[in-house]
Every structure is written in structure tokens, then in C-alpha cells.
Write a protein that binds this ligand. Structure first.
Ligand code: WT7
Length: 649
């Protein structure tokens, strides 16, 4: 089926915002011919400027690009206030709890909640423009209120995914020197309460000098520890606040948020996003890629702790004036039909999820979709990793009834929004292919020196012109920003943005993403650096050396596979695995646990001592070793390791 092409449904295409490939090329050619003019047109049309900008794109301090310099705007105005005139009673958020309880929050109610929270942060805790606020929150509406409240007063939020450990939370709080943490007692998952506040307590006990207060939202009402003078109850304080808090005029380039993500070294990077460029692209991609229209109900299943949740649960749908669904639970509880039941009950029009979830729901609930009415769906989306053709086919047929376009959206924490994706009313789709760069994004698959990679061969996925929603810098580390993204590839002698991914262009110009070229894993759509896992394993006293690689996994996409050299013989692989995983759980969180651990006498190294991960990756995958091993310090280690890996039960 690889060469089969799926054309957009003509019924759908005729009303789509971008209705044909001609319309796509008309836009993209406009961007190529007059790049700044293209972006100016959309910025003027989409953003409610409080004061006009004076420069469209400032490249004078590359790669620290600036867009729409000196313009003033406010993101909570973009997402709320400007919609109140005609959308006050429209649902902004539909929240469904783990137990199935549903809450509808209209734009006018959202406005009240956000204004009150903004006042609380400002008046009670003295949060000012530029202060960092860490959110360690479950998937409840208050998380969205907190994000928008920060943007209203100009505070910079940094959301830490609730699956990260106390140590990981502490490191992120300390790196950002945050002033306050907003959290919840906990929430519910699969019918049971789980806790978050205790993790914040642990993080704060081990450091976090900058933190002045912890604001706690009550959700599961379980008992929690309370530190007088530090911990404050949102539920008790919020009603005293006024529903009017004037929004702060922010500069286009003021940071909107930080979001920590993994790179190829041990320390996570605080990706810094801007105000104007980010919100502009969040809204534009919402309209183009999901074809969002009035009365649509959009559901993105991500967690707000990841960029997908930022852009496509909160900022995209709300800036576009849509209705966004927020779900506390998991799509397999109480059964594997939960998601499809929600589609039916909320009349969901766009459904956006990760391939790992599609594979799981296909496996454990193949017949579930038939039990529900899915006829409201128009566009299906995937994100986070390449989707394999069998999963694509099930999604297309069983969920989309061969009627909905599937948008395989390629992007990253750093790109802010989609960069390569089909357009649902225009692009003839090849399954499992991200297809073409969106209008305004100049994406090229190239060699390090900028020469285009020949058709059908793997090259580097680069974006060769700065775009509005791109990462601005790494918080506290501009040098690392330059090195991480502008250090590998050049075009016409100038450094260009390299995504870290490999890609291939076919004879029709379609782009297929082939995966990371660096030591970053993608486990169930979560991005994890192997170096991060290895630095956690360093804390295990019995381990001399570790080398972590990814191994393909049926559901998760990739699993974590660790080669371990012990200081002394004696421990079994199971014992070592248990020790390692308890340390990883403490240092990073359960998302990074090792699935497989093998004990080896040594790892393959070059004579200069560099671990040859490529060989280890091939062995884990069970591939034949084709690399030249003669340059290794000890070539005989390769068959030894192969034997150990293959002889396991
Ligand atoms: C990495 C970014 C962007 C939101 C979720 C992940 C991989 C993402 C696709 C796709 C193939 C994809 C890339 C990328 N990726 N989308 N449609 N096809 N690969 O954000 O944690 O920043 O991870 O996810 O490897 O670099 P992230």
C-alpha cells in the first residue's frame, strides 16, 4: 500500500480553508517570493495588535531572530477577550473527568476564571511580568486557567509533565529560578486517585531556593502535607479575587513560556518561545491543518506538559476561537472504547493523537469503534513519531470510515507548531508520510553543506529560513542554543536550523521523516535523551559503564535498552534492572524506565574511548553487523555481546 494515494474527500475539500494543491502552491510561492510580506499579511490579519510592530523580521543577530519587533499584544487577549463580543456563550473548554463527569466552560466563564487567577498571582503572590511560574498539574481546567493567567500578566510559565520525578522537577524549577509552583493535590486515573503535591514537597525539600509559594488546586481531596506560610489553597483564595484584571501589553519578543525538553546531553534544555510569533502560528496551523471552523469541537489527547498540549489543547484552539476538549483520564478506561464514546458524546470534529495510542487501541479494542457514532469526525491527526502503515490504515478505515483526511503532523517542541504536514482538503496523502512543508515554512532535506540530498536517500531535515514560532533560545544557555540547532548544517555558508531528524524526499517531492539522527529516543511519543538516562544510571554504585539505545517496539514505537558493565560480577540482569529502574524513577520519572537490561563484559569503543552506539543499536535490533569493527579497541567484543543478547530467553 506504500504507493497508494488517498485524495481528500471532495465534499470536505470544497469548503476547506486550503481547498486544493493549487491553493497550497499559491500560498507557498507567495512565501518564497516575498517571505516577509507573506508573514506580515497574516500577522496583521490574525493578531490584535495593541501597538504596531516596526520590523517584520530582524536577522541582525542571527540565529537569535526577532519577529514583529516592538509590537505589543497579549496572548490572553488573543485567546479570550477578543472573542467575547461574539463567542461569550460558546464553549471554550469541554472537560471530561476520569469518572465521566463533564463540565462545559464558556468563553465568558473562562474569562472570569483566568482574570481571577491572574489577580491572585499578581496581588497575593506578587507575580510580575517576566517572573517564572512552574506548573506541575494534572489535566484539569485550572491548568489552562493558570497558563492563560500567566500570559495575562506577562509571567513566563514552565510546565513540568506530571510524570517527572521530584528530582527532575527540582532541576527544572532551579534552572528557571521560578518564583511559585502551581500544583494540585492530585487527580484521578483509571478510577483511582493519584498524587502530585507530595512530589512538589519532595522537590522543594531538596532545593528550589527561589520558590516563595506553592498554590494548590484541590482535585481529588486526598490528604496532603501542608507547609504553613508556603502552601496556599487556590479553592479558598480564588473567590475573593475580582473578575477583572487588565492584561499586560507584551512585546512580540517577550518570552511566553519555557518548556524543558531532552537533547543529546544529560541536562534538559529550557526551550524559550516568544509571544507574537508563537501565537500567530498556533492559530494559523489550527486553521490550516485542522481546518477548524465555527462550531467545531477539537480534541487533542496530549498532556499539557508537552508542547502538543500547549499548542493544540490551549493556545491554538483558543486563539482560533474554537472549543477544546480536555480529558483527565486515559482512553483505555473503563474500556478501550472510551475515546470513541467521547467522540460520540461531545460531537468531536477533529481528533488528534499519537501513533502509539492508535496502535494500542487497535490492539486492545479493534471492534470498539463500531459501537459508536463517529460521523461528526472530519479530520484525524497524528503526532510525535512516524506512524506505521498498518496503524495508519486502521485509523483511516475504522475511525475515519475512509472519509476523513489524516494529517501526519511533523514538528517539535522547538518549532512551536506544525512545520511539515498534509493539508486535509488539499494534499493527496501517502500513508505514513508527513508530505510537504506548510506554507511559509522553508524545509529542505540536505547534506551538512547544504547540497540537496538526492531523491530517495536519507539526509538532514533542516528549516532554512527563520519562521515566527521557532525557539528563540535555550533559557540561560544561548551558546547551547546555537550549538544544538545551528551547529551542524549550513546553506550558502550560513548556519541553518537542523531539527535533529533525518528525512527523505521522494520523486514527487513528498517528505518522509526517518527519525532522530542524535541520541534522543522517542518512547510512546515521549522524548528522552539516552545521555539523561545514562547520567541517572551513574548513581547506581554497582555499575561501571552504561550505554543506552532505543529498540523498536510494537506499541511504544521505541523501548529503552541498556547495556551494562558491572564493577564486579555477581548480580543478575534482573537485579541490576531493578536497581537501575529505581534510580531512573527517582532521577527522571517512570517514563524513562529501562525495558531491557543486559550485562556485558565491555562495550564496543573506538581507540579514543568513544562508545560505538550504532553497533549496540544494531545488536539490540537483532540486525546483522555491517559496520566496520576493525577500528575498535577490541573487535572481539562485538560477537561476544551479540551472543549474550541473542541467548537471552
Ligand atoms: C520529535 C519531537 C511535536 C510534538 C510531539 C513531540 C518526532 C514528531 C513526528 C511525525 C515523525 C515525528 C521527531 C521530532 N516527531 N512528529 N509526524 N513523524 N516523527 O515533540 O518531544 O519535541 O519531539 O518527535 O523525531 O524531532 P518533541
Amino acid at each position: 500500500m506504500s504507493e497508494q494515494i488517498f485524495y481528500p474527500n471532495p465534499e470536505f475539500a470544497k469548503d476547506a480553508r486550503i481547498p486544493s494543491m493549487e491553493a497550497y502552491w499559491e500560498l507557498q510561492n507567495r512565501a518564497i517570493e516575498d517571505y516577509e510580506g507573506f508573514w506580515k499579511g497574516f500577522a496583521d490579519d490574525k493578531i490584535d495588535w495593541l501597538e504596531p510592530y516596526d520590523t517584520i523580521l530582524d536577522e541582525s543577530n542571527a540565529p537569535f531572530y526577532k519577529w514583529f519587533s516592538n509590537g505589543k499584544l497579549n496572548v490572553s487577549n488573543q485567546c479570550i477577550d477578543r472573542h467575547l463580543a461574539d463567542k461569550a456563550d460558546q464553549n471554550a473548554i469541554i472537560f471530561e473527568g476520569d469518572n465521566g463527569d463533564v463540565k462545559h466552560i464558556t468563553y465568558s466563564q473562562l474569562s472570569e476564571h483566568v482574570n481571577k487567577m491572574a489577580n491572585l498571582l499578581k496581588n497575593k503572590f506578587g507575580v510580575k511580568k517576566g517572573d517564572r511560574v512552574v506548573l506541575y498539574m494534572p489535566m484539569i481546567p485550572e491548568a489552562t486557567y493558570a497558563m492563560l493567567a500567566c500570559s495575562r500578566i506577562g509571567a513566563i510559565h514552565s510546565i513540568v509533565f506530571g510524570g517527572f520525578s521530584a528530582d527532575a522537577l527540582r532541576d527544572r524549577i532551579e534552572d528557571a529560578e521560578a518564583k511559585i509552583v502551581i500544583t494540585a493535590d492530585g487527580a484521578f486515573r483509571k478510577g483511582k486517585p493519584y498524587m502530585l503535591k507530595n512530589v512538589v514537597d519532595d522537590a522543594l525539600e531538596s532545593g528550589c531556593e527561589s520558590i516563595e509559594a506553592v498554590l494548590v488546586v484541590k482535585r481529588n481531596h486526598e490528604e496532603i502535607k501542608w507547609v504553613e506560610g508556603r502552601d496556599y489553597s487556590y479553592n479558598e483564595l480564588i473567590d475573593a479575587e475580582s473578575t477583572e484584571c487588565p492584561f499586560e501589553p507584551m512585546d512580540s519578543e517577550d518570552p511566553l513560556f519555557l518548556l524543558y525538553t531532552s537533547g543529546s546531553t544529560g541536562k534538559p534544555k529550557g526551550v524559550q518561545h516568544s509571544t507574537a510569533g508563537y501565537i500567530l502560528w498556533a492559530q494559523m496551523t489550527m486553521e490550516w491543518v485542522f481546518d477548524l471552523r465555527k462550531d467545531d469541537v477539537f480534541w487533542c489527547t496530549a498532556d499539557i506538559g508537552w508542547i502538543t498540549g500547549h499548542t493544540y489543547i490551549v493556545y491554538g484552539p483558543l486563539s482560533a476561537g474554537g472549543t477544546t476538549v480536555m480529558f483527565e483520564g486515559v482512553p483505555t478506561y473503563p474500556d478501550a472504547g472510551r475515546a470513541w464514546k467521547m467522540v460520540q458524546e461531545h460531537n468531536i470534529t477533529q481528533f488528534y493523537t499519537a501513533p502509539t495510542l492508535i496502535r494500542l487501541l487497535h490492539k486492545v479494542g479493534e471492534d470498539e469503534p463500531e459501537k459508536y457514532d463517529l460521523s461528526t469526525l472530519r479530520v484525524l491527526g497524528t503526532v510525535g513519531e512516524p506512524i506505521d502503515p498498518p496503524a495508519w490504515k486502521w485509523y483511516y478505515e475504522a475511525i475515519g470510515k475512509s472519509r476523513c483526511s489524516i494529517v501526519d503532523t511533523y514538528w517539535q517542541t522547538e518549532t512551536g507548531g506544525h512545520v511539515i504536514s498534509p493539508l486535509p482538503g488539499a494534499t493527496p496523502i501517502k500513508p505514513a508520510c508527513a508530505t510537504f512543508a506548510l506554507p511559509g515554512i522553508i524545509a529542505e532535506v540536505m547534506e551538512e553543506d547544504g547540497t540537496p540530498t538526492p531523491v530517495g536517500e536519507k539526509g538532514f531535515m533542516c528549516i532554512t529560513r527563520p519562521w515566527p514560532s521557532m525557539i528563540r533560545t535555550i533559557w540561560n544557555d544561548p551558546e547551547r542554543f546555537k550549538k544544538s540547532y545551528f551547529g551542524d548544517c549550513k546553506k550558502d555558508g550560513e548556519p541553518v536550523y537542523f531539527t535533529g531528524d533525518g528525512a527523505m524526499v521522494d520523486k514527487d517531492g513528498y517528505i518522509t521523516i526517518t527519525g532522530r539522527t542524535d541520541d534522543v529516543l522517542n518512547v510512546s511519543g515521549h522524548r528522552i535523551g539516552t545521555a539523561e538516562i545514562e547520567s541517572a544510571i551513574k548513581h547506581v554504585s554497582s555499575v561501571a559503564v552504561s550505554a543506552v539505545v532505543g529498540k523498536p517496539h510494537e506499541i511504544k514505537g521505541e523501548e529503552v535498552f541498556a547495556y551494562i558493565v558491572l564493577k564486579e560480577e555477581g548480580l543478575s540482569a534482573d537485579e541490576v534492572k531493578a536497581e537501575i529502574n529505581s534510580v531512573i524513577k527517582k532521577e527522571i520519572g517512570a517514563i524513562a524506565l529501562c525495558d531491557e537490561v543486559v550485562i556485558v563484559p565491555d562495550v564496543p569503543k573506538t581507540r579514543s574511548g568513544k562508545i560505538m552506539r550504532r553497533i549496540l543499536r544494531s545488536i539490540a535490533k537483532g540486525e546483522e553487523i555491517t559496520q566496520d569493527t576493525s577500528t575498535l579497541e577490541d573487535p572481539s567484543i562485538v560477537p561476544t555481546i551479540e551472543k549474550i543478547v541473542n541467548s537471552r530467553g
